[in-house]
Design a protein around this ligand. Structure first.
Ligand code: NAG
Ligand code: NAG
Ligand code: NAG
Ligand code: NAG
Ligand code: NAG
Ligand code: NAG
Ligand code: FE2
Length: 468
């Protein structure tokens, strides 16, 4: 139906006011975009994107993430395979030739019959804001040099641009998604990743070689800008049939996050401030019920967010709460029941999730009135509620989720089963421009977009249907 169906819906709504009759009105837009049907397959082990850097003990799988609470720290991680080698990161700012030194740690792990390389993590602290730094790893053998730019100091009107990718995997489509993100003219400065990284667990014995190939694949972006990690179900790697009973073993050894800086007790839920945003990462696969560590942490965390300092309150999780596809239906429901009243109370601006391999954006709705006996259980328009965006369309080997519930629920503003990425471009304390880009289009083409009005500073109706 697309645009046509949508405007008919509005016309019917007007008629229903005039006639005072109940006219059933479907939700927003189900895109009519037709993509070529092709199988999503993983890139073979000898692909260019998986190539091992040359040189003895050369660092590979280099990636960075934020290393403290405010953006003056960076965690640098890399893998060496011939021998442990040096833990040192040398770094210097653009306008200085004085090299500084930070020392990290090395870990290894075994998974069934796989033994990892030497995984290094090194936290660099007390960097200057808004500064380009070069860094070197592989000291003593094969040195490789990369660079990153620290964010501006935390403040209410600092513009900043986040990229958004979920459920990436390592298929040919994953490579297209990453390429489109890199070539999007609205340059993302930090990537928010909504979980499900390598999909190594889809291979026999969770072949952890596919964790290594994934690390080499994303290096071209993740070594130069921080990727902010969320744990997905494909990070659990719980495989008692082969004796692997410690959940999240490969993920926690390979991908460190600064959880202690936000007083979290586990790497699966934590927060960071970056420029004008406060980002809370939650875990769909850790206990979240009342009295649990995650619940207690979030209960104390939300009141700490100072919107005069960080106007934009963004939450990341893997399993979506609002999802109108026939995949993973209601899997996010129990967490929604626990935390949604807080999201409304604290006026979260937007929630990004993955898991469903498709794209969907909701209206601002909440479903918090239900109390078992009152029967009030329909998502209702709520200007204090976040917009929920599902962006699990990174392109992994499991393919697209194409089967949608019909009719499109009223709360669903736009949905389409295509691979892609998005960008959240914060302009100031009141406005942020959001756009979603499908892989089939040119790099600048926006297949869905929305001006976000900040819920604290400018809580005006920003729904795309309200404006049309
Ligand atoms: C691990 O075991 C599988 C089958 O059980 C085998 O195909 C593979 O070669 C083994 N890998 C290593 C590193 O020994
Ligand atoms: C992945 O994408 C990059 C950048 O577009 C390209 O150079 C490379 O050949 C692609 N690799 C595969 C295996 O598709
Ligand atoms: C963590 O807890 C300490 C001690 O209670 C407190 O000083 C600090 O501000 C807290 N940090 C954050 C980011 O909440
Ligand atoms: C919130 O942040 C503003 C701006 O940085 C600051 O002036 C104010 O004191 C903070 N409020 C609290 C309660 O910390
Ligand atoms: C879509 O999902 C529904 C509900 O699970 C199922 O009944 C239906 O057969 C599915 N349709 C297709 C085309 O797979
Ligand atoms: C905030 O950004 C929006 C969009 O660019 C602009 O229209 C608005 O005037 C800006 N507000 C301020 C106070 O500069
Ligand atoms: Fe998932």
């Amino acid at each position: 139906m697309g645009e046509l169906g949508f405007s008919w819906c509005s016309v019917l709504a007007v008629f229903s006011l005039v006639l005072n009759a109940a006219v059933f009105c479907n939700g927003g837009i189900t895109s009519t975009f037709v993509r070529k049907v092709e199988k999503t397959v993983d890139m073979p082990l000898d692909s260019d994107v998986f190539s091992v850097p040359p040189g003895y003990n050369a660092p590979q799988q280099v990636h960075i993430t934020q290393g403290d609470h405010v953006g003056k720290g960076v965690i640098v991680s890399w893998v060496t395979v011939d021998e442990p080698g040096s833990n040192i990161v040398l770094y210097w700012s653009d306008n200085s030739k004085q090299k500084n030194k930070a020392k990290g740690t090395t870990v290894t792990y075994k998974f069934y019959n796989y033994t990892s390389g030497y995984i290094h993590h090194c936290t660099i602290k007390n960097l200057k804001f808004n500064t380009k730094y070069y860094y070197e790893v592989g000291i003593g053998h094969t040195i490789r040099t990369f660079w990153f730019t620290t964010p501006p100091e935390v403040g209410p009107d600092v513009p900043y641009t986040f990229g958004l990718i979920g459920d990436l995997g390592q298929s040919y489509d994953s490579n297209k998604t990453l390429t489109h993100y890199e070539l999007n003219p609205t340059k993302g400065k930090t990537l928010l990743f909504m979980g499900d990284l390598s999909y190594a667990d889809n291979y026999p014995n969770h072949d952890n070689v596919r964790w290594d190939t994934w690390g080499r694949f994303i290096e071209r972006s993740a070594a130069y800008q921080p990727w902010i990690w969320t744990a997905g179900n494909h990070e659990i790697d719980f495989a008692p049939e082969i004796g692997e009973t410690k959940p999240f073993k490969p993920y926690t050894h390979r991908y460190h996050v600064p959880y202690k800086a936000s007083n979290s007790t586990a790497p699966f839920w934590y927060s960071i401030k970056r420029a004008s945003a406060y980002i809370i990462v939650l875990s769909s696969y850790s206990a979240y019920g009342k009295y649990t560590p995650q619940y207690k942490w979030l209960e104390k965390e939300l009141p700490k967010v100072n919107r005069s300092e960080t106007p934009w309150l963004i939450v990341l999780m893997h399993s979506p709460w609002y999802n109108s596809y026939n995949y993973h239906y209601m899997e996010g429901e129990t967490m929604r029941v626990m935390y949604e009243p807080w999201f409304v109370q604290y006026k979260v601006d937007v929630v990004f999730a993955g898991h469903v391999h498709a794209y969907e954006r909701s209206e601002r709705v909440s479903n918090v009135a239900y109390n078992i006996v009152n029967g009030i259980c329909i998502p209702a328009s709520d200007q204090s509620a976040p917009v929920y965006i599902t962006i699990g369309d990174g392109g992994n080997l499991e393919g697209l989720a194409t089967n949608m519930t019909e009719p499109q629920p009223k709360y669903s503003a736009f949905r389409e089963a295509s691979f892609g990425h998005a960008v959240f471009d914060i302009k100031n304390r009141t406005h942020a421009y959001y756009s979603w880009h499908r892989n089939q289009d040119g790099y600048a083409v926006e297949a869905d977009s929305m001006w976000f009005f900040n819920r604290f500073w400018h809580p005006v109706d920003d729904s795309t249907s309200a404006q049309s």
